[in-house]
Design a binder for this molecule. Structure first.
Ligand code: AKB
Length: 322
């Protein structure tokens, strides 16, 4: 049976690309994009769009009923850096939106639910190299606390009410179509834009800060794969570790220099350094490999080449148009 999909938070970094891929797979009218704000032209033109506040239970329910939705992807969230500035808002948005969709699934209005967790569930006491699926988790950011709490609730709703909820702990995501907003890993996207625009970048993390990262194409594939896997294969109902690439600002700068030799980088760490220092450097995703055949494709050189060529093309296109 073809699913009828609702993507809440579709105008954001992940939503924009995930909506597009799901529409390619299931058809434009099978995927309803929804967000509190409109998205880019392509998102708005490629299928139905609803203005929707993820915090409003009645509106989310009405939207699910109106479109006879079977699968929901809840992507609306406040990320780590912004979450430290607006602590209660981050808690309210990240938790209430999750409860709304979990409860709709419990009531039988939704059949399958995707909710993203993050490497932010780990904290300063977690082993940082090749971080295991099950380990010490004492997150020190509000965002991390909401993701860890959310994982517990997802597992609870699965165990107690049979809710088919599936989740991935995303690393930092790198994409060229839509900018991320308010995260600690955002430097790894901004660096490409600045490399193309002015051939220099002021980095808010120190040069040796290693973090787990992933090219968006891999992340979208992982999201679609976990949602398509047979229900019995999904053995972890909190959230799966997902590994991709691990690199430092110094390593990505060196890779960019291979394409843009005049590129320079300056390191001026700010409050986000402390957040990055509390997170893993690399992730062990053996369980995702075993349970639903996960394998990442993009490495650092391939991702750098792809990012630069897409951004060069889109800059040339906008210059031509102006
Ligand atoms: C952030 O930096 O807050 C996010 C994340 C790792 O979940 N990109």
């Amino acid at each position: 049976m073809t699913p009828k999909i609702l993507i809440i938070g579709a105008s954001g970094q992940i939503g924009t690309e995930l909506t597009y891929e799901l529409r390619l797979k299931y058809g434009r009218n099978a995927v309803i994009a929804a967000d509190i704000k409109e998205g880019k032209y392509h998102l708005m033109e490629s299928g139905p769009f609803e203005l929707l506040d993820a915090m409003n239970y009645d509106d989310v329910k009405a939207c699910v009923e109106k479109h006879e939705i079977t699968d929901v992807y809840l992507l609306a969230a406040m990320l780590s850096a912004t979450g430290e500035r607006f602590t209660m808002k981050a808690w309210d948005l990240n938790m209430n939106s999750l409860f709304h969709v979990l409860n709709l699934a419990k009531e039988g209005l939704i059949k399958k639910l995707f909710w993203p967790s993050s490497i932010a569930v780990f904290g300063p006491t977690t082993p940082r190299e090749n971080t295991p699926q099950y380990t010490i988790m004492e997150p020190s950011t509000v965002y991390g606390i909401t993701k860890q709490t959310g994982e517990r609730w997802c597992e609870y709703y699965h165990e107690k009410y049979g809710v088919d909820v599936r989740s991935i702990r995303y690393p930092g995501l790198i994409s060229w179509k839509t900018l991320p907003g308010g995260g600690t890993t955002d430097y790894a996207v901004a660096i490409f834009h600045e490399a193309i625009r002015v051939q220099k970048y002021r980095c808010f993390l120190s040069e040796e800060t290693a973090l787990p990262m992933m090219y968006m194409k891999d992340a979208v594939r992982a999201t679609m794969d976990i949602m398509e896997a047979p229900q019995e294969n999904i053995k972890i109902r909190s959230s799966y570790n997902l590994g991709g690439i691990s690199f430092t600002p110094k390593m990505i700068a060196a890779e960019i220099k291979k394409h843009i030799p005049e590129f320079t980088i300056k390191y001026v760490p700010d409050y986000r350094q402390e957040i990055a220092d509390s997170w893993p450097k690399s992730i062990d995703d053996t369980r995702a490999q075993q349970d639903w055949n996960w394998k990442h494709e993009y490495d650092l050189p391939e991702m750098t080449k792809t990012m630069l060529s897409h951004l060069e093309k889109s800059t040339a296109f906008s210059l031509e148009k102006s």
